[in-house]
Ligand binder design. Structure first.
Ligand SMILES: O=C(O)/C=C\C(=O)CC(=O)CC(=O)O
Length: 228
């Protein structure tokens, strides 16, 4: 693993941000999109969640993120963890290309969709949970929780969506939706009942910030991308 012990806990406030990321971690992906949208230059330190039982569990990385998960972002002399907290930090310190709408009701809608995905769906189909569920049951388990959550997301979008999740501006909700759709496809969820989710996902496919953040464009993506 190429994480040097000198990298932490001290972080140089002037150095380029470093994102500890895994190519198909949906939580890392959210942050990559946010950084790209805000045009914040950053370096990636890949953390393999599967190599040698998972580099996220090694002593050095536990110093960076005691939750032993990705992402972690070293920025402005701080080490930040948890993708939603990181996106809010970026929003508050780099207000260019806002990821939250001005209107308070629309902001609430963005947060609602973010919360459904980041608390109500993704943690239930995360690697650590699926390991406990077991190989035999994991597909059905993931499908169950993604379907349950997508039903609620689709309902929310039926009143909030314009071109994107909330109105016509890209927001944190879109940063969370696209990686979750990828996960849904990975677990072969039938997405036909969610036409608004599919339309927004298609809309964002061509966006350069989203495209650059895609797992297939990550330095640690294996040459043959499985389950794309
Ligand atoms: O290559 C792997 O199978 C390991 C881990 C992941 O995909 C990441 C997740 O745990 C899913 C997620 O981010 O939602």
């Amino acid at each position: 693993m190429n994480v040097k012990s000198t990298t932490f806990p001290l972080v140089n406030p002037l150095s380029k941000p470093i994102l500890y990321s895994y190519w198909r971690s949906s939580c890392s992906w959210r942050v990559r999109i946010a950084l790209n949208l805000k045009e914040i230059p950053y370096d990636i330190k890949p953390i393999s969640l599967i190599k040698s039982g998972g580099e996220q569990h090694c002593n050095e990385y536990r110093e960076v993120n005691p939750m032993e998960q990705v992402p972690a972002l070293q920025i402005d002399g701080h080490t930040l963890i948890e993708s939603v907290a990181i996106m809010h930090y970026l929003e508050e310190t780099r207000p260019q290309r806002p990821l939250l709408p001005q209107d308070v009701h629309k902001r609430a809608k963005v947060r609602e969709i973010v919360e459904i995905i980041c608390s109500g769906i993704q943690p239930l189909q995360n690697l650590i949970v699926l390991i406990h569920v077991g190989e035999e049951k994991k597909k059905e388990w993931a499908q169950h929780w993604i379907t349950r959550g997508f039903r609620a997301v689709e309902k929310a979008l039926s009143t909030s969506a314009g071109k994107y999740c909330v109105g016509d501006e890209i927001s944190m909700a879109d940063c969370c939706l696209v990686p979750q759709v990828f996960n849904a496809r990975r677990f072969h969820v039938d997405l036909r009942p969610y036409p608004i989710i599919l339309r927004i996902d298609r809309e964002l496919e061509a966006n350069p910030a989203f495209r650059a953040a895609h797992p297939s464009n990550q330095p640690d993506c294996p040459p043959e991308l499985p389950n794309k």
